[in-house]
Design a protein around this ligand. Structure first.
Ligand code: IMP
Ligand code: MG
Length: 178
């Protein structure tokens, strides 16, 4: 694998497609065990999670629904305030086992917002499945239940993750070269 250039930055190969795919299979098998006999609703967080959730579903044997949400940022009522809102949630969560499917958990700020909104819909349970997790950057209390691959605190792209819109199509994960 060669380096790639996206906008003004260079990225070097970091995680192979084989490691990614093993991480995803591992998460799928754990979910199949933990939710055996229980209906679940997977909620993929766009845009980044589209490749992870697509591959994850290939190994999920549960009775499940699949839906997608997006965090939309807009200007709040205070000047310069940016507020985010979860859009796209159309089905009832009442009494359901919800599994949030994320591309990456970094500081955890995004997750806290998504979690708060989902909890307000009174699901039976909420768990988190993320392809990538940066434990050294994570600053929240919410447990990260299912992790594909743990990574150090570097900026990465590929397999759904972007640098300013580019790189989501890459089949391996690349790390920024500083
Ligand atoms: P948070 O810091 O956990 O709230 O992560 C916020 C969002 O930033 C994630 O959902 C990703 O979309 C993005 N993000 C965090 N780390 C990276 C990275 O290394 N590469 C690309 N996007 C990232
Ligand atoms: Mg994201």
């Amino acid at each position: 694998m060669a380096e790639v250039k996206l906008h003004d930055r260079v990225f070097e190969p970091f995680i192979s497609s084989e490691t990614i795919s093993n991480g995803i299979k591992d998460v799928a098998h754990k979910l199949n065990e933990d939710f055996k006999g229980e209906p679940v609703l997977f909620v993929g967080v766009l845009n980044g999670a589209f490749r992870f959730i697509s591959d994850l579903m290939k190994d999920i044997e549960l009775e499940c629904e699949v839906s997608f949400v997006k965090l939309a940022s807009y200007s709040g009522t205070e000047s310069q305030e940016i507020v985010s809102k979860l859009i796209g949630l159309n089905e009832s969560l009442d009494g359901k086992n919800v599994i949030i499917v994320e591309d990456i958990v970094d500081t955890g700020n995004t997750l806290v917002k998504i979690m708060a909104e989902l909890e307000s819909h009174k699901p039976k349970s909420v768990k988190i499945a993320t392809l990538l997790y940066k434990p050294d950057a994570y600053k929240k209390e919410i447990p990260i239940d299912y992790v594909g691959v743990k990574i150090p605190n570097d900026f990465i792209v590929g397999f759904g993750l972007d640098y300013d819109g580019l790189g989501r199509n890459l089949n391996e994960i690349y790390k920024i070269v500083d």
